[in-house]
Ligand binder design. Structure first.
Ligand code: IMP
Length: 429
C-alpha cells in the first residue's frame, strides 16, 4: 500500500512543487492534507509556470486524481480562481478530477478580515501571516464553530450558519479590534454563491484514498509550508495553524500509518524564511542578495503568495536533524544546488553556541531559538555551472562533498538534487 509523503523540512518554500511534480508523474492520487491557499507551489513545465496555492500541484499531470483532505482549510473563491487559471493552461480539472473532503473547513471573507485585524493589532510582534485567513479558520475549527465543506449539502442550514458566522466575526472586528465590519447580506450572498459551487467536488476523500491504496495504487501526500511552521512542532508562535509534518498526513487525510512507504524531506541547499521569527544562520548584505536573486525569475527568493522578499541564510543542520527526527524522514531531496555555484566557500551550521556551551540539539525545541549563535564548518565551493548536469557522477567533487556532509550530519540519504527550475533539471542518485 504505497503512500509517499513529500514535505518541507524548513520554513516552507523548499521547492516542494517541482519535487511533487516529479513524484506525481508516477502516482495516481495526489493529496493535500494541511493548510490552505497560504501555500505557494511553483511548477515549471517547458515555457509554462504554474503557481498553485490550494489545489495539489500533481494535478498538472492529466492522469492524476487530486484530493483536498479534511485537514485543509479551503477558500472557495481561490479554488475557482485557480481552476480558471489551470484552464488557461489547458489543464482540465473538474469534479471528476478533484475531490474535496466533507471535513475540510471553509475560509470566509470574515476569516480574512480577522487575520488582517489580528496582525495589525500585534504591532511589532506581527507573525507576518499571508493574510489568507488561515489562523482564524483553524481557530473556529478548534473552538468547534467552523463551517465545514459538508455543511454545504444543506443549503438553508449553511446560509444560516454563514450569517451567524459573519455576524459573530463583526462583533469581534468592531469591539475587540475597532476594525471595519462586513456587510452581512452582501458578503454572505457573494460568498455563498461561490461556496455552493463546491458541492459537486465533495466526497469522503479518506475512503477514496484508502481504497486506492488497498488496490495498490500510489498516493502522494503533498505537504504545504514546512516542518518549522508546524503548529505543534515548529518555531511557535511564528508558525502556521496546521500540522505540516508527517503526522498531519494521517488525520489530514483520514488514514492510519500502515500504508507509508516513504517520507521525503525537501530541503533547499541553503535556508530561507518569510515572515518574522528567529533565524540563527541568517545572512544580510551582498551574500544575501546573491542567494535571494533579484526577483526577475520565478524561482528567485520572493514569496509565491505574497511577493515578499525572503530572508536567506546558510543551511542549518541542527534544524534539519530535528526535521528528520520529527517526520521520520526516509530520504532527502536537496533543491537549488545550482544557486551555490560560484561561491568560493560554503558554510554549514552543525551546532549552536549559547551561554558558553555547544548545542547540537536544542534543549527545548525550535520555538526557543533566541540567543543561539550558529557554529559553522566551512567547505570549499565549486565554480562549475550545474544546470546542465543530469548524472550524479558528473557533479563536481566539492558539491558531492557538500551533500555528503549534510547526509552524515542528518543521518538520512540524499536521493536527488535539483539544479534548475525546469522539470528535467533533477539529478537522481
Ligand atoms: P499563515 O499561514 O498565513 O497564518 O502565516 C503564518 C506564518 O507561516 C507566516 O510566517 C507565513 O509567512 C508562513 N507561511 C505560511 N504559508 C507559507 C508558505 O507556503 N511558505 C512559506 N511560509 C509560509
Amino acid at each position: 500500500m504505497p503512500l509517499q509523503i513529500i514535505l518541507g523540512t524548513q520554513w516552507g518554500d523548499e521547492g516542494k512543487g517541482r519535487v511533487v511534480d516529479l513524484f506525481s508523474s508516477r502516482a495516481e492520487l495526489v493529496a493535500r492534507y494541511n493548510g490552505g491557499d497560504n501555500a505557494g507551489h511553483t511548477v515549471t513545465v517547458g515555457e509554462q509556470t504554474f503557481k498553485l496555492h490550494l489545489i495539489p500541484s500533481g494535478i498538472v499531470h492529466p492522469h492524476t486524481l487530486g484530493i483536498l483532505g479534511g485537514g485543509m482549510v479551503v477558500n472557495p473563491l481561490t479554488f475557482f480562481a485557480e481552476l480558471d487559471s489551470l484552464r488557461t493552461f489547458d489543464v482540465a480539472a473538474g469534479p471528476e478530477r478533484l475531490k474535496i473532503s466533507h471535513a475540510a473547513h471553509l475560509i470566509t471573507p470574515a476569516h480574512k478580515a480577522l487575520d488582517a485585524a489580528q496582525e495589525a493589532s500585534r504591532g511589532s510582534d506581527k507573525i507576518g501571516t499571508t493574510g489568507r485567513g488561515i489562523g482564524p479558520a483553524y481557530t473556529d475549527k478548534a473552538s468547534r464553530q467552523g463551517l465545514r465543506a459538508g455543511d454545504l449539502l444543506d443549503e438553508a442550514a449553511f446560509l444560516e450558519k454563514l450569517h451567524a458566522h459573519i455576524r459573530a466575526a463583526n462583533r469581534v472586528l468592531d469591539r475587540l479590534f475597532q476594525a471595519p465590519v462586513l456587510d452581512v447580506e452582501r458578503v454572505s450572498a457573494e460568498y455563498a454563491s461561490a461556496a455552493l459551487r463546491l458541492r459537486p467536488f465533495l466526497a469522503d476523500t479518506g475512503l477514496l484514498v484508502h481504497r486506492a491504496l488497498a488496490e495498490g495504487r500510489t498516493v502522494l501526500a503533498e505537504g504545504a509550508q514546512g516542518t518549522l511552521l508546524d503548529l505543534d512542532l515548529g518555531t511557535y508562535p511564528f508558525v502556521t495553524s496546521s500540522a505540516t509534518t508527517s503526522g498531519g498526513v494521517f488525520s489530514g487525510l483520514g488514514l492510519g500509518a500502515r500504508p507509508v512507504e516513504a517520507v521525503i524531506g525537501v530541503t533547499k541547499a541553503f535556508q530561507t524564511r518569510v515572515g518574522s521569527g528567529p533565524f540563527p544562520t541568517e545572512l544580510d548584505g551582498e551574500m544575501a542578495e546573491r542567494l535571494r536573486g533579484t526577483g526577475s525569475n520565478p524561482w528567485d527568493e520572493f514569496g509565491t503568495t505574497t511577493g515578499r522578499p525572503r530572508r536567506v541564510g546558510w543551511l542549518d543542520l541542527v534544524l534539519l536533524r530535528y526535521a528528520a527526527r520529527v517526520n521520520g524522514l526516509t530520504g532527502l531531496v536537496i533543491t537549488k544546488l545550482d544557486v551555490l555555484s560560484g561561491l568560493p566557500e560554503l558554510r554549514l551550521c552543525y551546532a549552536y553556541q549559547r551561554g558558553g556551551e555547544r548545542w547540537e540539539e536544542l534543549p527545548y525545541g525550535p520555538a526557543d531559538l533566541d540567543g543561539y549563535a550558529a557554529e559553522y564548518e566551512d567547505l570549499p565551493g565549486w565554480s562549475e555551472d550545474l544546470t546542465g548536469i543530469r548524472r550524479w557522477a558528473e557533479l563536481p567533487a566539492a558539491a558531492l562533498r557538500y551533500l555528503e556532509r549534510i547526509e552524515a550530519a542528518v543521518g538520512v540519504p540524499v536521493r536527488m538534487v535539483s539544479v534548475g527550475p525546469e522539470r528535467s533539471q533533477i539529478v537522481e542518485r
